[in-house]
Ligand binder design. Structure first.
Ligand code: SF4
Ligand code: SF4
Length: 377
């Protein structure tokens, strides 16, 4: 299950407290405030009374949401007892440490309509470095068997980037099919040594995926080059903040996504966030990036841009070279994979042939950019 297939996402902040203190966390975890179940019921019943084509994902957002398990249970059981016209799924991202005993039992019973995405940052050592020594508190197998197609979230920090490939290979060895990995936002990536390390780790992943071609590549080593080459996608946003996402803070106020809550970006910025036109490319693209050919495949987080630099389009430029290197290494891998594939063309479906041609076209379109970008080569 990927959240992107839904028509809309509704974020409900359940609590901001957390039992961990991850090194890249931006939440203000000191508040003990928790969500008002009656208010959440009211907002959700309005939103779910309108049927959409692709359904709604209700994203329960902490802190660590299972710290308020009883409230979540009350809300969900009420939602499931109603006959809303809209189809919906409930989702929560969790650090997994509280998913034991009665919580595990309840989740098992409702695993078809309540999905949990686990945050796990690679090997035991990597995870413990980033996430408060919590590796041994997680029953990874429970998550893998209960939601076998659900992605896990792996965040790479400056302290774990030198083990990036090892971490991804480890998660594959645990049977995890979809590894959504990204470099942490709102941390300091300005040391130039990270560029070299990142390239080395990307190259290790290329070797690994070449040897294991049937595995689904981690998102950090996977770019839809065909979509990138499609000119219609050139002005698309990176995520649904402010357009497909409606985020409710604990007090019931609505924001473009959870990063714009007062508890995260501060009173003033939070107040001004609802005046931003998230559908306007001039807002979500900066001058520095507007002519960049890989703009649409360069990851960013509008919320962290806004918090750190005051504008949703203002990216962390210390990640720029790393982002270019990622595209370069993936394009190199895909080119090598296609031109060296010995599969007889006669045995290949038309769809696969078409995909390969389109991918090679996209890589060819990137050549002039790579030639300009000497550091890659
Ligand atoms: S702005 Fe950042 S946190 Fe918000 S939805 Fe987009 S990527 Fe996610
Ligand atoms: S690669 Fe650099 S210039 Fe291009 S979009 Fe990303 S941050 Fe901007």
């Amino acid at each position: 299950m990927r959240k992107k297939g839904f028509q809309q996402s509704i974020y409900i902040t359940t609590n901001v407290s957390c039992n961990l203190n991850c090194i890249y966390c931006y939440e203000n975890k000191t508040s003990k405030e928790t969500f008002d179940v009656e208010m959440a019921k009211k907002s959700l019943s309005e939103l779910l009374s309108v049927k959409t084509e692709k359904g709604t994902i209700i994203d329960l957002h902490g802190g660590e949401p299972f710290m308020v398990f009883e409230k979540i249970k009350e809300l969900c059981e009420w939602l499931w007892s109603q006959n809303f016209p809209e189809k919906f799924l409930v989702f929560a991202t969790s650090n997994g440490t509280l998913v034991h005993g009665k919580i595990k039992k309840w989740l098992t019973e409702h695993s078809d309509k309540f999905i949990v995405g686990l945050s796990i940052d690679g090997t035991r050592e990597m995870h413990n470095t980033n996430r408060s020594n919590s590796f041994d508190l997680i029953d990874i197998d429970f998550f893998v068997t209960t939601w076998s197609f659900q992605a896990v979230k792996m965040t790479i920090s400056p302290k774990t980037i030198d083990k990036l490939a090892e971490g991804i290979i480890f998660l594959h060895s645990k049977g995890i099919k979809d590894i959504r990995a990204n470099l942490a936002y709102m941390v300091d990536w300005s040391n130039p040594q990270y560029i070299e390390i990142y390239q080395r780790e990307m190259q290790k992943l290329a070797v690994f995926y070449k040897k294991n071609p049937t595995l689904t590549k981690s998102s950090i080593f996977d770019i839809n080059l065909i979509a990138f080459a499609n000119k219609e996608n050139q002005s698309k946003k990176w995520c649904g903040a402010g357009t497909e996402i409606v985020a409710y803070d604990i007090d019931g106020r609505v924001y473009p996504c959870h990063l714009f809550f007062e508890s995260i970006c501060g009173k003033e910025k939070s107040k001004n966030a609802n005046n931003i036109d998230f559908a306007d490319p001039n807002e979500f693209t900066s001058k520095e990036c507007s002519d960049c050919p890989i703009l649409t495949i360069c990851p960013t987080c509008y919320g962290s841009n806004y918090i750190e630099r005051g504008k949703i389009g203002s990216r962390d430029m210390s990640l720029c070279k790393m982002n270019k290197i990622r595209v370069f290494e993936i394009a190199k891998y895909e080119y090598d994979r296609i031109v060296n594939d010995k599969t007889d063309l006669q045995n290949m479906s038309d769809e696969e042939k078409f995909k390969r041609i389109k991918t090679l076209d996209a890589i060819e379109a990137l050549f002039p950019f790579f030639n300009k970008f000497d550091d890659c080569l």
